[in-house]
Design a protein around this ligand. Structure first.
Ligand code: NAD
Length: 305
């Protein structure tokens, strides 16, 4: 199979002054793309800023013969980031919403600032960048988006309720963008990566981090944003250390009760086994068919007390 290439395309990678973002940027530049290397250059807690992180990656790309420009805006200023792509390269084809910070603290001790900053960077940042890119994608009937979730969002993680909430939001966001974008060949997917970076450097031992190179998240992203992918959209992937797997929703068999005065908490408890019976699961891509269920529920006899 021929090597996947991105010649002539413009790829914006937010937060690509280090970690996973840097690995994406170096890869796409090495495969022919024009890169916008965005990075605010602050600490992993979202404090401070500077141009050095983005400049360094741009320099790496240019010295290897690639094309890249730096942008130092916060992702909250998505318009300016996308404008950098348009001004320098005349187009945008791929947006990788990757920038991120952590403000880990137990819920008991959480301050509004810890919550708000996480929402600003992860939720508002991903929204603002995608919103600014969207008219270009629609007009050219081509666009590829990667949003970044986390295992913390999917499963919860002690001390990370702000980050968990923000990261799970990326799933609903992506699933809706995928539905709205499909008609315009705008393909949107979401990844929950695991990789060695300054974010994970203090929570995992060095021998484990050696097995989690950011470069091993790149192949999945490369496949998803390539022009040959026109159908894999609205999907959630877990990726890291050589493992790549899709995740999906699972619905239990469920219970159906007559919807009348006999539908009491006691009647529901009698049918609880069905509510949580995953022995015959279904894998929904939309809400339950309530019109059909309503009719079936009405045909039932009153629920036993
Ligand atoms: P990282 O800290 O190395 O990289 C994040 C980059 O984003 C930094 O260079 C930082 O300067 C930049 N950034 C932060 N706030 C910004 C803002 N407002 N505007 C622009 N740039 C900003 O961390 P990483 O591990 O490479 O993380 C990349 C993404 O992957 C993040 O969204 C993170 O939440 C997510 N993630 C990482 C892991 C992991 O195991 N490393 C796990 C789950 C999710």
């Amino acid at each position: 199979m021929a090597e996947l290439r991105y010649d002539g395309q413009t790829v914006v990678v937010t937060g690509s002054g280090g970690g996973l973002g840097r690995a994406y940027a170096l890869f796409f530049a090495s495969r022919g793309a024009n890169l916008v290397v965005n990075d605010l250059g602050g600490s992993f807690k979202g404090e401070g800023g500077g141009s050095a992180a983005a400049d360094k990656v741009v320099e790496e790309i240019r010295s290897a013969g690639g094309k890249a420009v730096a942008n130092y805006d916060s992702v909250e200023n998505g318009d300016a980031i996308i404008q950098t792509a348009i001004q320098n390269f005349g187009r945008i084809d791929v947006l990788i919403n990757n920038a991120g910070i952590l403000r880990d603290i137990s819920f008991k001790n959480m301050k509004d600032q810890d919550w708000d900053l996480i929402m600003k960077v992860h939720v508002i940042g991903a929204y603002k960048c995608a919103r600014a890119a969207w008219p270009h994608f629609r007009k050219q009937k081509y666009g590829r988006v990667i949003n970044t979730a986390s295992a913390a969002g999917l499963f919860g993680s002690f001390g990370q309720c702000n980050y968990s909430a923000a990261k799970l939001s990326q799933i609903g966001f992506t699933e809706t963008l995928a539905k709205e974008g499909l008609k315009y060949n705008i393909i949107c997917n979401v990844i929950a990566p695991i990789a060695a970076s300054r974010m994970t450097a203090t929570v995992m031992p060095p021998d484990v981090l050696d097995l989690l190179k950011p470069e091993w998240v790149v192949p999945l992203v490369a496949v998803l944003v390539h022009k040959s992918n026109s159908s894999e959209t609205g999907s959630i992937f877990e990726v890291g250390g050589g493992h790549v797997a899709k995740l999906r929703w699972e619905r239990a068999k469920g219970a159906l009760l007559k919807a009348d005065d006999s539908f009491t908490p006691g009647a529901l408890l009698k049918k609880w086994d069905g509510v949580s019976d995953f022995s015959e699961p279904s894998y929904p891509t939309g809400p339950a068919n309530f019109m059909e269920l309503l009719e079936d529920a009405q045909k039932l006899p009153p629920n036993p007390p």
